[in-house]
Unconditional design. Sequence first.
Length: 428
Amino acid sequence: MGSPSHSSVIVVGAGISGISAAKVLAENGVKDLVILDASDRIGGRIRKEKFGGVSVELGAGWIVGVGGKESNPIWELATEFGLRTCFADYTNVRYNISDRSGKIFPREIAADSYKKAVESAIRKFRNQEDVGGGDNGSNSKTDSPSTPLELAIDFILHDFEMAEAVPLCTFRDLGESEFSVADERGFDYLLYKMAEDFLFTSEGKILDSRLKLNQVVREILHWERGVRVITEDGCVYEADYVIVSVSIGVLQSDIVAFTPLLPGWKLEAIQKCEIMVYTKIFLKFPYQFWPTGPGKEFFVYAHERRGYYTFWQQMENIYPGSNILSVTLTNGESKRVEAQADEDTLREAMEVLRDMFGPNIPDAIHILVPRWWNNRFQRGSYSNHPIISNTQLVHDIKAPVGRIFFTGEHTSDRFSGYVHGAYLAGEH
Ligand SMILES: Cc1cc2nc3c(=O)[nH]c(=O)nc-3n(C[C@H](O)[C@H](O)[C@H](O)COP(=O)(O)OP(=O)(O)OC[C@H]3O[C@@H](n4cnc5c(N)ncnc54)[C@H](O)[C@@H]3O)c2cc1C
């Protein structure tokens, strides 16, 4: 092993927060930096993959919060770099709910259930606010969803929208519209364009030796005058400061050891932050058998098990003629599906589709099941701070410890969970 390289700053993680942090440093004259990422690419949870002849986004796929009083910086970048997007048309989603026999619930019944679910969520939110952030158990039994329709609506509201029930900053300040990324170059094209400003690139590739991929950080030693970062393959990097941008799930796991240990308040904040697992499964068909057109982009399946292949998107708006459907699972269902063989997932998804569209639809010819929970460099999809911002928790999660700084979507006080939150946290 040669003597360790020394730089001013080491950035751990080349997701959007790590890249935006490094860019701001470079713009401010800090050019001797090193960016280490465990995987073989930049982007982290922004990740495209070729599937069924097009580029699908396994991670972030929507630019959320557009058209409000404040501008969404990711929307600005997308516009500047000509990223192809299309409007995500959720308008009719609550009326496209099928029961297990394929019948669409009548509009008035769906609307009524939806209204009740929103009212109940608002009541719960207000009660939590009154008791200062804790859940006082006010989600009474009578409020709890129990029928397949109620469970489906509860899933849409809580695992998807939330905007209608609680004043999330993203929707309140940035706007209520969402746009799907519909660009063959992928959402991560924005990261390459950002990197071009401060790293050496050629023909769409980053060739700068300051970006080091396949470097799994296992230990961060820190003392009064500097830091030392040690990777799984024994490389040692020294610097004046380190910025850690790995996900909250990675921080909760034992992959990165801090020596000396992080202080108790920091460890407590890290452990308190909840992680959401969110999985988009893609299915490719020989031909399209689902309805298309305005108000048909999303459809919902109501089952007695909450979150069981509930939320579907047809990708005709994004990639016309691609014959691809995507279904979203979350948390327990995501983990269950990650643990089983893809053929079992395909069989389950086909049973659900045959419930909705009848027995004669064709089998899917390909399936793609991302595994965010079992990816040791992610350990989940995004942070889920308690809805009522616990100011102390957010403060502690992002607070530096000596020469160690923390960034990433989970450190954003206003926009945690989102790409724009990660980007702004990195800049900050
Ligand atoms: C399925 C899914 C759907 C989503 N949908 C949306 C959406 O539609 N819109 C939206 O705004 N947001 C969405 N998000 C959230 C969004 O993707 C994230 O908030 C954002 O990309 C996080 O960026 P980050 O830089 O904080 O973290 P990351 O992108 O996770 O970057 C951290 C980097 O650290 C690296 N790393 C981890 N461990 C180590 C280690 N030990 N050593 C070295 N490197 C390490 C990782 O490889 C990774 O590249 C979604 C996320 C997922 C997973």
